[in-house]
Design a protein around this ligand. Structure first.
Ligand code: GLC
Length: 427
């Protein structure tokens, strides 16, 4: 039997070398347009942070709100080495449904009081110190310590935060709880990742997050605001020009909190990956290509929401899928293939955006070595993603791909905030 829907899904999700080249060109053009006008697709947000000196030192608190967790930590930085002295982590949303700090039912005070509670678990009573805040959402920054949330991404809906100064909300929450820790800087997770990357790799000039969300930043030489090198948070999750958007991507986008925005992020990042797989599986079922004569498995599958860990399990353990959904091994293998196609597409699309960024940095065509500092669970944990990305770079750039190294920077968003705090205090 000819599996029509599955075949056309595979075709639509495969990103050819030509398509990658085209996406890279569109990405570079989008960077250029967005630097010229504020109506461009990328926000190109200044970070007021540039090259670390490598001599940053001291003990700093950090807070890091991604899309899934909030983590408070304390780091010691000394002579280019880092030590984590402690960490307390809280989920933003309980998978069992007992709490959800990121729903529209909560306001800024609820969310930031929750952060303060977690900080209280980490810091000793009356302990004081300086803090770096990694806040991983598009924020308009006017100084190293002042940033206003432009709009939530990653399906977060808390009221009263958009338009507010984030470190002011944090300072107010800390004073309500009698915490003496003072925020001195705010930064995006991409920026923190590049700062940490720069410590180990002097030629690091691009930071990428492939986690719950997707975004990237780069080091802009002689930034017009300061005349010095500055890291620019592109908010490239909003990229869409030239992307091969499928009917599944459109379906997912229309059901999202911000239809029409963050198209690239919705195609590649962990928050949305499980949902894309679900859209495809439900199409296959509706076209009688999966769960044939097995309505109960189909119903169970469709009733659940999947995250990137589920997608990983679908890829690695088809037998687990059989047990979980009481389906045939043949069905589990189709689910595995669908998951693989989604992950391969993620790898190739992100690789294309890296080529676009480097072509911009090198004035047209990659001509010198670059390290790309990457953090996030999709790059770190999803099987084969680093290899798939390296292969994709090689497919398009041939020998020139040797100029690019993709490096995992673990805990870039946490540690990066400590380095930024050290920079801020020294200033
Ligand atoms: C979303 C946010 C961005 C962040 C990324 C990764 O795209 O808008 O600021 O860097 O997720 O966490």
């Amino acid at each position: 039997m000819m599996l029509k829907t599955l075949d056309s899904f595979k075709k639509d999700f495969s990103i050819t070398n030509e398509a990658m080249q085209n996406i890279a060109n569109c990405f570079k053009e989008t960077m250029e347009d967005s630097l010229k006008t504020s109506s461009g697709q990328f926000k190109m947000l200044p970070s007021f942070l540039g090259n670390p000196s490598g001599k940053e030192s001291g003990v700093y608190f950090t807070i890091d709100m991604g899309g899934t967790n909030v983590r408070c930590a304390k780091f010691k930085i000394e002579n280019g080495t880092f030590k984590k002295l402690g960490e307390v982590k809280g989920r933003l949303k309980d998978p069992a449904g007992n709490f959800d700090y990121v729903s529209e039912k909560n306001n800024a005070e609820d969310l930031f009081d929750y952060f303060a509670e977690i900080m209280q678990e980490l810091a000793n009573e009356n302990e004081d110190g300086y803090l770096g805040n990694t806040f991983s959402f598009p924020s308009k920054q006017t100084s190293i310590n002042d940033a206003t949330l432009i709009g939530w991404t990653k399906e977060i809906k808390v009221t009263g935060v958009e338009g507010s100064n984030i470190n002011k909300l944090l300072t107010d929450a800390f004073s309500r709880k009698g915490i003496n820790i003072k925020p001195v800087t705010i930064l995006n997770d991409t920026v923190g990742t590049l700062l940490v990357g720069k410590y180990t790799y002097p030629d690091a000039d691009v930071g990428v997050i492939m986690g719950t969300g997707y975004n990237s930043c780069y080091l802009q030489k002689n930034h017009p605001l300061t005349g010095e090198d500055m890291i620019v948070n592109m908010e490239s999750g909003n990229f869409s020009k030239g992307l091969p958007i499928t009917k599944y991507d459109k379906e997912l986008d229309s059901k999202s909190n911000n239809p029409g925005s963050q198209i690239m992020e919705k195609m590649v990042s962990g928050h949305y990956m499980g949902e894309i797989v679900s859209c495809v599986i439900s199409d296959l079922y509706n076209n009688a290509e999966l769960f044939v004569n097995n309505q109960s498995s189909a119903e169970l599958f469709m009733s659940l929401k999947f995250d990137s860990l589920d997608v990983e399990n679908f890829m690695l353990y088809p037998q687990k899928t059989v047990n979980r959904f009481s389906c045939s091994l043949a069905d589990a293998i189709v689910i595995k293939e669908v998951s693989e196609c989604v992950v391969i597409r993620t790898s190739r699309l992100v690789a294309a955006t890296i080529i676009g960024t480097l072509n911009y940095i090198d004035d047209g065509e990659i001509s010198k070595p670059h390290t790309i500092a990457i953090d996030g669970t999709i790059f770190e944990k999803m099987p084969r993603v680093p290899e798939l990305m390296s292969e994709a770079l090689k497919d398009v750039l041939k020998d020139k791909s040797q100029l690019i190294s993709l490096k995992l920077v673990k805990d870039g968003s946490g540690l990066g905030a400590a380095i930024a705090a050290a920079i801020a205090v020294n200033r």
